[in-house]
Write a protein that binds this ligand. Structure first.
Ligand code: UDP
Length: 422
């Protein structure tokens, strides 16, 4: 069988003070007809990136709601992950097409993983992202309802790459996208739109005092008396760490004391990460006020939390972004957020109200300068951002959406609870 991820336990009751009572009651009601239903989440990695982040909370909360849930990881090797990274880039718009050899590698690994997966054990199979999307092709007859959850920005995909995946996606009983703009113009049995969410009680997001945050950040050599800008994200061209360095250099001309931290984990399924890490280091060109850190320097969840809490401004200068959980995380901590006007970021940041949306290095730099110049205005925007996150992007809402979908697929009455089906 595909290896299981151990997610531990979580209790929905712990979230009662963070979200509305109405939502908690709705979750209970929706979970009732689903007691004991068997659910499998399948993804490419249990470490690094948004899917892992979401599942460590969603899976145990689904279990606490009474479902019998597992999360399994597919087997992959470099040749497979090189192809899936090319697919990821293609779906986000990169021009490079997939060769016939690459398509064969993709199909072979998916078929092998399908062989190691007992689909008839489940009522619902949830496949995350493109890597395992073609496992469904191996099951001509299916007992479970199959749901595909796409986590990336599909607004302008490379059509050749998308066409390779579409026959598989069409087989799913439902597909879920972060935004309406991502739903392909293809005949899908059911296309659903809902955003992901963050867990406010995880070490990454739980309340951390400014003193504790400064204490942690100080250990990485940062001068905690001087302002810090931070971008937390994988080392990936779409996250534009090089552009962040350029923007920081412009800010530094106005505020010479400013420092920059680029905090990025290395995901197991991201072979490009190391190359881009090197390019980023080269671009920093030995500037002693630029700190490039990753899980290799022991930057784990609490440290990411500390960097987010301590920074004067957080940057997410993406040029493509499925949703941008780092944006949600920063807003939840009421930190001023400067982010690319792309993908799911625009559902989180209302420009000029809950943060700053930017389209260029220059705009990114001026937003940071504005924040450093007027911290009070920055704080008031950030506080609005936090309330926006509380209402829309915390995990109990995401759990609710899943329960509505499960009920719909089972033909149960959802008692007025609904989701966006396009
Ligand atoms: N992340 C992390 N450590 C890092 C870099 C990223 O824990 O060094 C986390 C980050 O906090 C966020 C997730 O990885 O929760 C990234 O999700 P996002 O949606 O921003 O981007 P993705 O990596 O899925 O494209």
């Amino acid at each position: 069988m595909l290896p299981l991820v151990n997610v531990g336990h979580k209790s929905l009751g712990d979230y009662a003070t963070l979200v509305s009572r109405g939502l908690m009651n709705e979750i209970q009601r929706l979970a009732e007809p689903l007691q004991g239903k068997r659910v499998a989440h399948v993804s490419a990695t249990a470490f690094g990136g948004g899917v892992a982040e979401i599942n460590y909370t969603l899976v145990p909360l689904m279990a606490d709601a009474g479902l019998d849930v597992e999360w399994r990881i597919i087997h992959g090797e470099d040749e497979f992950f090189n192809v899936t990274k090319a697919i990821h880039n293609g779906l986000q718009g990169a021009a490079r097409a997939l060769t016939a050899d690459e398509q064969a590698i993709f199909a072979r690994f998916n078929a092998e993983n399908a062989e190691a997966f007992a689909e008839s054990d489940y009522d619902y199979v949830i496949i995350h992202d493109p890597q395992p999307v073609a496992m469904i092709d191996s099951f001509q007859e299916r007992r479970a309802k199959w749901i595909w959850r796409g986590h990336i920005d599909f607004s302008t995909p490379n059509e050749q790459v998308f066409d390779v995946l579409l026959p598989s996606i069409r087989r799913y009983d439902a597909s879920i996208f972060h935004m309406r703009e991502y739903v392909p113009h293809a005949d899908l049995p059911m296309a659903v739109v809902w955003p992901p969410a963050i867990d406010p009680l995880m070490p990454k997001n739980m309340a951390l005092s400014p003193e504790d945050a400064a204490y942690i950040v100080d250990q990485f050599g940062i001068d905690v008396e001087r302002p810090l800008l931070t971008q937390v994200s994988r080392f990936d061209p779409w996250k534009d760490p090089l552009g962040v360095i350029d923007a920081y250099r412009q800010v530094k001309r106005r505020f010479p004391e400013v420092q920059l931290a680029l905090v990025g984990s290395m995901a197991h399924d991201d072979p490009e990460g190391w190359d881009y890490y090197k390019r980023t280091t080269e671009h920093a060109d030995g500037d002693p006020d630029i700190y490039i850190l990753s899980n290799m320097n022991n930057v784990g969840a609490v440290e990411v939390n500390a960097f987010q809490v301590h920074s004067r401004a957080l940057v997410q200068k993406s040029t493509k972004e499925g949703f941008g959980l780092t944006v949600t995380e920063a807003l939840w901590k009421a930190r001023p957020m400067v982010a690319g006007r792309v993908g799911g970021i625009v559902t989180q940041i209302v420009d000029g109200e809950t943060g700053w949306l930017v389209d260029s290095v220059e705009a990114c730099a001026s937003a940071c300068i504005e924040i450093l110049r007027d911290p009070d205005e920055a704080r008031s925007r950030a506080l609005k951002g936090k309330e926006h996150v509380r209402r829309h992007f915390l995990t109990p809402r995401l759990l609710r959406d899943w329960l509505v979908l499960f009920n719909k697929l089972a033909g149960n009455d959802t008692g007025g609870s609904d989701i966006v089906v396009v």
